[in-house]
Design a protein around this ligand. Sequence first.
Ligand SMILES: Nc1ncnc2c1ncn2[C@@H]1O[C@H](COP(=O)(O)OP(=O)(O)O)[C@@H](O)[C@H]1O
Ligand SMILES: [Mg+2]
Length: 239
Amino acid sequence: MCLDFFTVRTLHVIKSLNNQNRKNKDLHIQRTSHLVETIGHGAEAKVFVTTFLERDAVIKVRPEKGYRHPELDKRLRVSRTKNEARVIREARRAGVRTPIIYDIDLKECSITMERIHGPSVKYVLDSDPKNADAVCENIGRMIAKLHTAGISHGDLTTSNMIQLDSGELCLIDLSMGNSSAELEDLGVDIHLLKRAFMSAHSGIEGSFEKLLSSYRKEMKNADRVFSKVEEIRNRGRYT
Ligand SMILES: Nc1ncnc2c1ncn2[C@@H]1O[C@H](COP(=O)(O)OP(=O)(O)O)[C@@H](O)[C@H]1O
Ligand SMILES: [Mg+2]
């Protein structure tokens, strides 16, 4: 594995954090973490495979951004970490499958959570387009459940959904989510999902209609959300 400077630094920080945790007898949550693999490397966060009390886990670390003022940077990283953990929990409470949170570290701005096994929905749709309608119906149902609970995701794409063996979908990457979402947030979710879907999944655009119709079936105020989506689309068109 080729490690860049940043990865080596992060591994260092996490290892010392784990050593600290191990020394702390009061801490029941003992992290027996050995970082094996980096599985995600976005603009804001890095995701590593790890273990937590012998369970498969991932740790999502939000590293410092040198280009931001240090105080602002810390504030942003802490609030996004807290927000992600809160929205993941609330979505779970609303019956949407999300990873179980094992540990949050606001010093490091990291969340240790259940590792979800399975392919991304993006991969599923690309590799098996024949089943796209059924998968899209599942997506619509899941989003309706989330939105019915007044929660928006903030970055809805098929890469942020994992399909479990059972066929159930698990939602990840909720750091931009809002658990007291306004109609506007719900509209933005659908608008962005549609845009992402149309660009990532050419050839199965028609399946998006299935997604919308299953959303409409499960979501009480679906028509209000759809009007909002239309408004957002027009706004984008003329500005
Ligand atoms: N709980 C999890 N279980 C399994 N894989 C995960 C989990 N969380 C994140 N990942 C993997 O890491 C990638 C990046 O994580 P994500 O939360 O989407 O952050 P980003 O903001 O970088 O997109 C995901 O696309 C997925 O492959
Ligand atoms: Mg993501």
